[in-house]
Design a protein around this ligand. Structure first.
Ligand SMILES: Nc1ncnc2c1ncn2[C@@H]1O[C@H](COP(=O)(O)OP(=O)(O)OP(=O)(O)O)[C@@H](O)[C@H]1O
Ligand SMILES: [Mg+2]
Length: 349
């Protein structure tokens, strides 16, 4: 199967100052409001943050999966393999979706058509993007089911979705997403609907397939345990903005943004708090001025309430945070010391 791989070291995916808004009867929902991050070839980036922070809208924005109207990319750019995809029309986007970019969502039920067998659906995904004979496509479907760990794949290929358990259904969905050997797999809460044992099996599977297929993964999750297990880098979102991003080990061991610290404090066995962050996330119809986290931040000063979200500052190599205390003229020491011995113990490296 041919695919174009650019020889340069440019990131595979570049999200650049992306703003995705929804025009609703009650006003403009600023779901994603100026975020930037990259995903390199072969790496796994996790997008984390509380419910409503804009993680799913970000992943949908890559190939404009949201309905438009009401959704619209109003500013910024998404580049995939060096080319802007924001300017592509629907038919061009369709050839990327399920082709060079595969998607896996939370609910496998919704992704599978109950009236077709697993094999028929995988064959269809292959047919859409590749010119192969039906016998070849079927063999490939069996091979994919086998690779995602479905026992007796040659028989199960003819089973209907209802004949698979929840975990097995999600494996079928992953097989469909992998049918075209995507360069990027976007997985939005792929294990949230599954029980814990199946969750870790699916994560192991993604990791194995990634090594085998050299693909990049953008994983959306609110589960920091999953992040520690699978991420190379982490992007922490809050209220449609990026609060912090960096290598998983750095972010977990010495988080810089008070929001990241608060999130990590909720993890069992971490920090003292182990309880949800008090207060509520911002209203995307009317987000607060200044830093979006200031109403819930224990360190917020009058300056944090003014103007716009502070620009991201590189604090250590590859670790950036959007917090006023790291800007020149402010004293980050006032945030106190927050580090966790043995943090990232569950992290991959
Ligand atoms: N079609 C839509 N119309 C209006 N608002 C929307 C639409 N889709 C998403 N939003 C809003 O955009 C914001 C971000 O939603 P998003 O689904 O990206 O959050 P999330 O971080 O994925 O949350 P969760 O962890 O619950 O999945 C939310 O306030 C949501 O209500
Ligand atoms: Mg979501």
């Amino acid at each position: 199967m041919s695919r174009t791989i650019h020889s340069d070291d440019a990131p595979l995916l570049e999200i650049d100052n992306l703003h995705t808004h929804f025009e609703t009867e009650t006003g403009t929902v600023r779901a994603v409001d100026g975020i930037s991050f990259t995903v390199d070839r072969g790496e796994t980036v996790c997008l984390v943050g509380e419910s409503g922070s804009g993680k799913s809208v970000t992943s949908e924005s890559i190939t404009r999966l949201f309905h438009s109207p009401p959704g619209k990319i109003v500013e910024g750019d998404v580049r995939f393999d060096g080319e802007s995809v924001t300017a592509l029309d629907e038919s061009e986007l369709q050839s990327i979706r399920g082709g060079r970019i595969g998607y896996v969502f939370q609910n496998p039920q919704g992704a599978l058509n109950p009236v077709y067998t697993a094999g028929q659906q995988i064959v269809e995904a292959i047919d859409l993007h590749h010119d192969v004979s039906s016998a070849e496509a079927r063999d490939r479907a069996i091979d994919l089911l086998d690779r995602v760990g479905i026992p007796e794949a040659a028989t199960r290929v003819d089973d209907y979705p209802h004949e698979f358990s929840g975990g097995m259904k999600q494996r079928v969905v992953i097989a469909m997403a992998l049918a075209c050997e995507p360069d990027l797999l976007v997985a939005d809460e792929p294990t949230t609907a599954l029980d814990v044992t199946i969750q870790s099996q699916i994560l192991d599977l993604l990791r194995e397939l990634q090594d085998e297929m050299e693909m990049s993964i953008l994983l959306v999750t609110h589960d920091l345990g999953v992040v520690a297990e699978i991420a190379d880098r982490v992007v922490v979102m809050y209220g449609g903005k990026v609060m912090e991003r960096g290598g998983v080990y750095d972010v977990f061991e010495t988080p810089k943004h008070p929001y990241t610290r608060a999130l990590l404090d909720c993890l069992p066995g971490r920090g003292d708090a182990m309880e949800p962050i008090s207060g509520s996330p911002p209203d995307p119809l009317d987000p607060p001025s200044g830093c979006r986290f200031h109403p819930r931040c224990p360190h917020a000063t009058a300056d944090c309430r003014q103007g716009e979200q502070p620009p991201e500052v590189e604090i250590e190599r590859g670790l950036e945070a959007s917090c006023l205390f790291y800007q020149s003229g402010y004293d980050a020491d006032e945030l106190g010391d927050w580090s966790y011995e043995g943090a990232g113990g569950g992290a991959r490296r």
